[in-house]
Design a protein around this ligand. Structure first.
Ligand SMILES: *Cc1c(COP(=O)(O)O)cnc(C)c1O
Length: 237
């Protein structure tokens, strides 16, 4: 059974920690969005979090997400795909998600544009950047970023809003700080070289163990799973 009161208390705790981290960085906490990563948790958990005022949810698998979307279709919530998207699932993803954080290929941008246009939908995308050369995590290398950004310039149903980072998994949140800072610098450099600032306003970075550090370094979307929903346990994810 889901303990809605405990979930609400954890969500409140995350909100407070976000507000304190924003305060340390001289930022307005209203500029930081929580994407509650509900992967592996059943739809009841989404419903309970929505009841506590949470509006944005993240999933890492298209099929699992579609089932949860159906089970919660009465709720006014937004869905973010935070995991890798295979191109053969682009059509389904474009038809059902509100935002995709893991775009890392110009052909994928074109497919999403075509699918979103066909479905008469607008789709927010972020480009996932690989700053450490870890091929398992996905993401586009900085030297290939220009081609992906160019593909987004040719899109209209698909709208680029920022960059996403999934740094190497390490226990010490301070170890992630240089990666978060590097993503922000990369964004600032792109804007300094003429990229439209409004297309790179969002920085999706920070998870349960390091979202405060990410906020100190400029995150505008934090993807928080276990700190809100509890441990994921032995389920594959
Ligand atoms: C699972 C996941 C998260 C959330 O991780 P937690 O440690 O549970 O907060 C964030 N981003 C991505 C890409 C994920 O796959």
């Amino acid at each position: 059974m889901i303990d809605s009161a405990a979930l609400r208390a954890r969500l409140d705790d995350v909100r407070e920690r976000i507000a304190r981290a924003a305060g340390r960085a001289g930022r307005d906490p209203a500029g930081i969005r929580i994407v509650a990563v509900s992967k592996t948790f059943p739809a009841d958990y989404v419903r309970a979090a929505a009841g506590a005022g949470q509006l944005h949810f993240g999933e890492n698998k298209v099929q699992e997400a579609l089932e949860k979307m159906r089970a919660t279709s009465d709720l006014a919530v937004a869905w973010h795909l935070v995991g890798h998207l295979q191109s053969n699932k682009a059509r389904k993803a474009a038809a059902h998600f509100d935002a995709i954080h893991s775009v890392d290929d110009s052909a994928l941008v074109a497919r999403l544009e075509e699918a979103a246009t066909a479905a008469s939908r607008r789709l927010e995308i972020l480009v996932q950047v690989d700053l450490t050369g870890e091929p398992t995590k996905g993401g586009v290398l900085p030297e290939r970023l220009a081609a992906v950004l160019a593909a987004t310039h040719r899109s209209s149903a698909v709208r680029l809003t920022g960059l996403m980072l999934l740094p190497p998994a390490v226990a010490d949140p301070e170890a992630s700080r240089p990666h978060f800072a590097a993503l922000r610098r990369l964004r600032d450099d792109l804007v300094a070289h003429g990229e439209d600032a409004s297309t790179l306003a969002q920085l999706s970075m920070g998870m349960s163990h390091d979202f405060e550090v990410a906020i100190e370094e400029g995150a505008t979307m934090v993807r928080v799973g276990t700190a809100i929903f509890g441990p994921r346990g032995p389920l594959p994810h």
